[in-house]
Design a protein around this ligand. Structure first.
Ligand SMILES: NC(=O)c1ccc[n+]([C@@H]2O[C@H](COP(=O)([O-])OP(=O)(O)OC[C@H]3O[C@@H](n4cnc5c(N)ncnc54)[C@H](OP(=O)(O)O)[C@@H]3O)[C@@H](O)[C@H]2O)c1
Length: 253
């Protein structure tokens, strides 16, 4: 059976990936949707009746979740055509003021879980399959005010590009998606809504368009995808200007 796996499918960008895969990938027979909120995942089955949806409630910061996922993969003869590693969170504020637990949990979700999901899934992927790892424009330049977040997303970008290089001979593709600010629950969870002047001013990116265009980019073998001209330009600037200067621009306040 050919399947797609989407983490963080219960809201925002992840939900849009489920929508796009249900619409645009007829060869996928089932979509496994992973997050903590089971009722939200179950609602996806009602929302997208054209595709078999399998809700899987897992907290990806808990190591036992990886064992549970490993066992599910062993249940039947599977081929994973798409893995969207999308579960992620951020926190707004300087590191010195942050709770240790929140910073560690963010690292576990954005880095450890993403790595574990890729590692557990790859043995079930064949030529033409692709991994879509959600990074951020925060990966381009260190972002004071979201120090751990930008560091985790820099990991995701580096991991994806290096993995794409390694996987060339297997014909498996890997893409780092680098969205700018999207109006999703992320902003509330991170404590950004109503508190950050920077975020109020930044142009928004549409989650549905990011999901659709990044899946196309992944299928074409691109390794990094950024939406909107302004953020593509920012990525170019980040390659040519010193980061100690750019950090005055990237600082979140
Ligand atoms: N929104 C932005 O401005 C923005 C910009 C750049 C990049 N991103 C990235 O885009 C990705 C999607 O974020 P979003 O904007 O769609 O935010 P969102 O609406 O808050 O979605 C985050 C998803 O991650 C899941 N999640 C959170 N903690 C989890 C855990 N412990 N275990 C399993 N799943 C967990 C959430 O589901 P449950 O709560 O049900 O577990 C939810 O489905 C993230 O990687 C984020 O870093 C967002």
């Amino acid at each position: 059976m050919k399947i797609a796996v989407v983490t963080g499918a219960s809201s925002g960008l992840g939900r849009e990936y489920v929508r796009q895969i249900a619409k645009g990938f007829p060869e996928i027979e089932e979509i496994w949707v992973i997050a903590r909120r089971l009722e939200r995942l179950e609602a996806l089955a009602v929302e997208f009746p054209q595709k078999k949806i399998r809700p899987i409630a897992l907290d990806l910061t808990a190591p036992e979740s990886f064992e549970a996922y490993r066992s599910l993969l062993l249940e039947e003869k599977l081929e994973v055509r798409i893995l969207v590693n999308n579960s992620g969170c951020g926190t707004f504020g300087d590191f010195i003021e942050a709770q240790t637990a929140s910073q560690v949990a963010m690292t576990q979700l954005n880095v450890t879980a993403l790595t574990a999901m890729a590692s557990l899934t790859l043995p079930y992927m064949r030529r033409g399959a692709f991994l879509v790892n959600i990074s951020s424009i925060a990966s381009f330049v260190p972002t004071p005010g979201m120090t751990v977040y930008c560091s985790t997303k820099a990991y995701v970008q580096s991991f994806s590009r290096s993995l794409a290089f390694e996987l060339k001979k297997e014909g498996i593709l890997a893409l780092a998606v680098c969205p700018g600010p999207m109006d999703t629950e992320f902003l509330d969870v991170a404590g950004i809504t109503g508190r950050s002047k920077t975020f109020t001013k930044l142009p928004r990116v549409d989650a549905a368009k990011v999901a659709e265009a990044s899946l196309r980019a992944a299928a074409k073998g691109k390794t990094v995808y950024t939406a909107r001209f302004i953020y593509k330009f920012y990525r170019v600037l980040a390659k040519i200007l010193p980061h100690r200067l750019l950090m005055h621009l990237s600082r979140i306040s």
